[in-house]
Design a protein around this ligand. Structure first.
Ligand code: ASP
Length: 587
């Protein structure tokens, strides 16, 4: 046997036992005639002692161990004189009687500890070493546990996991497809799925009733912010359901995951907020509801005093930053700079302070009387000591800017604790989104989403006002997932394609298989998909999904470790009958 115990399991009660451990050399410390070795494996770290006096030869050998050597150690478990309360094995050490080097290691390019000196690029290039770090490994352990609990919950509810193909047909919707040339069909291409959407709907037509899949999806997007070209979804679909059934089923899933992976129990139902309210109160369809600071509209109170900024604005919105009346000029200027950054794009910011003694000060007191300002303060519900921040401009744009300002204030006031979780459903999304550039409607969710039956009559006359039967699950300001009740009627589906500007031929070419399937008894159905990577990162309290993916890509979509993507051989290209116009590797 290579080992009798792991490096994480020995306790004081094991004192006196003879054990053999195997693992990596975390570090070696010499202290007088003693050499201490921290031995690491997946399960933990155990201290091993080599004593010069009792075993000089072994002590000498230990002094030649390098970092990350793979060794096997035999010895006796003993109580430690100076215990380490930070380590589960910190009460004991192994008095070594045997040492075998199983493999040597080059000096690693960065220290393999939680507080590492390795920068991002270096750690990605040597990701297999990065994964030895406890903090990274813990994220993957949580990921495994979550996947396991998801399967347990869904299996218990009668869902079956069905794999859908990875080589499919290119029907780009929101994002660009990744494409794969077909050697057997020269000149033709598969696409990698952006999601298994149409397949899961076909499985409903097949009568599978309850489907799920933890599945890789692919989107060839410019990697803004925290995206990966390949990512994992928990994809689900159910038959004979209404929105309410879907929300209840998957609220149950989220609660189950929190309970069994984080020990957090939500006893109350998750709040539901309409999309319109979310935009009105938070300026976002994924509001961070860990804190209040809801928007207050002041347009009617600001009009007619000759201040053009307010008078010309379509919308005037305010938030109250509690206890911030003592913000200095400098702090307020910084906030103004923040909202004026090009990514946010506000023209300026106005403020009103309610001093501790109740007096009101404002950046716009030139234009407004004390009575005017007192009315704003009253509408905002601001108390002595509070600061009101105000933005004005076009409605949607200004709401988004105010949303950024609110989140910034939430950060400054420490109201966005990653260990606190606030979940809600956002419902009643609009069915369509108008795009000024292309002068056409796009599906806000996707083209298979059913309009809200109450709004059917608006489809022809006022499509922009039609609500979808679509919903998103939002946690701490992140969209964790979303879905919809689907269209299951081929005529309505056809109409939907038409409203989205697809000609009959185009719709037929792209989605003929689905429209045909709907003619053979499609049941009413609906579902959703959760972003699994995002879910793990939120539960782990992390900002980046990269930290919860074993082998992630960087912001240019590159795998730094295996150096992909890369050029392929001319012979491969020839076989595929593909000519590359610009080949960066050959230039
Ligand atoms: N397929 C959708 C998505 O990837 C989710 C759904 O509607 O089930 O966003």
């Amino acid at each position: 046997m290579f080992r009798t115990k792991t490096c994480g399991e020995l306790r004081l009660s094991d004192a006196g036992a003879e054990v053999t451990l195997a693992g990596w050399v975390q570090r070696v410390r010499k202290m007088g005639g003693m050499t201490f070795l921290d031995l690491r494996d997946r399960y933990g770290i155990t201290q091993v002692v080599f004593d010069q006096e009792t075993n000089p030869a072994l002590h000498e050998e230990a002094n030649h161990l390098g970092r990350e050597f793979v060794v096997q150690v035999t010895g006796k478990v003993a109580e430690r004189s100076s215990k380490n309360a930070n380590l589960p094995t910190g009460d004991i050490e192994i008095i070594a009687t045997g040492l075998k080097v199983l493999n040597r290691s080059d000096v690693p390019p960065f220290t393999i500890e939680n507080d590492t000196d390795g920068g991002d690029d270096l750690r990605m290039r040597y990701r297999y070493l990065d994964l030895r770090r406890e903090c990274v490994r813990r994220n993957l352990e949580l990921r495994h546990k979550m996947a396991f609990e998801i399967r347990r919950y869904l299996d218990d509810k009668g869902f079956i996991e069905v794999e859908t193909p990875v080589l499919i047909k290119s029907t780009p919707e929101g994002a660009r497809d990744f494409v794969v040339p077909s050697r057997m069909n020269p000149g033709q291409f598969y696409a990698l799925p952006q999601s298994p959407q149409t397949f899961k709907q076909l499985l409903m037509v097949s009568g599978f009733d309850r489907y799920f899949q933890i599945v890789k999806c692919f989107r060839d997007e410019d990697l803004r912010a925290d995206r990966q070209p390949e990512f994992t979804q928990i994809d689900c679909e159910m038959s004979f359901v209404e929105q309410e059934d879907v929300l209840n089923m998957f609220e149950g899933l989220i609660k189950h995951i929190f309970k069994y992976t984080k020990g957090i129990e939500f006893t109350e139902p998750f709040p539901r907020m309409t999309w319109a309210d979310a935009m009105r109160l938070y300026g976002s369809d994924k509001p961070d509801t860990r804190f209040g600071m809801q928007f207050v509209e002041l347009k009617d109170l600001t009009e007619g005093r000759g201040f053009a900024v307010m008078d010309d604005a379509e919308y005037v919105g305010a938030i109250v930053a509690p206890g911030c009346a003592d913000y200095t000029r400098k702090q307020l200027d910084k906030l103004t700079d923040f909202v004026k950054r090009p990514q946010i794009g506000a023209k300026g910011m106005m403020w009103v302070k309610v001093e501790a003694d109740g007096t009101i000060k404002s950046s716009v007191s030139k234009f407004y009387s004390e009575e005017d300002l007192a009315k704003w303060v009253e509408r905002c519900g601001a108390k002595p000591g509070d600061l009101i921040l105000i933005l004005a401009g076009p409605t949607m744009k200004t709401r988004k800017q105010l949303c950024e300002l609110r989140l910034e204030m939430g950060n400054q006031l420490g109201l966005r604790n990653p260990d606190e979780f606030s979940c809600l459903w956002v419902i009643d999304f609009p069915l369509f989104e108008w795009d000024d550039e292309t002068q056409r409607f796009y599906a806000m969710h996707h083209p298979f989403t059913s309009p809200n039956p109450d709004d059917f009559h608006l489809l022809d006359t006022d499509p922009g006002a039609v609500r979808a039967t679509a919903y998103d699950m939002v946690v701490n300001g992140n969209e964790l997932g979303g879905g919809s009740i689907r269209i299951h009627d081929s005529e309505l589906q056809d109409k939907m394609f038409r409203l989205l500007g697809l000609s009959e031929e185009e719709a037929r070419y792209k989605f003929g298989f689905l429209m045909d399937a709907f003619k053979f008894g499609a049941p009413p159905h609906g579902g959703l998909a959760f972003g699994f990577d995002r879910m793990v990162s939120i539960l782990a309290g992390l900002d980046s999904i990269r930290d919860v993916i074993a082998f992630p890509k960087n912001n240019s979509g590159r795998d730094m470790m295996i150096d992909a993507p890369s050029a392929i051989d001319d012979s491969q290209l020839e076989e595929l009958q593909i000519a590359v116009v610009a080949n960066p590797d050959k230039e």
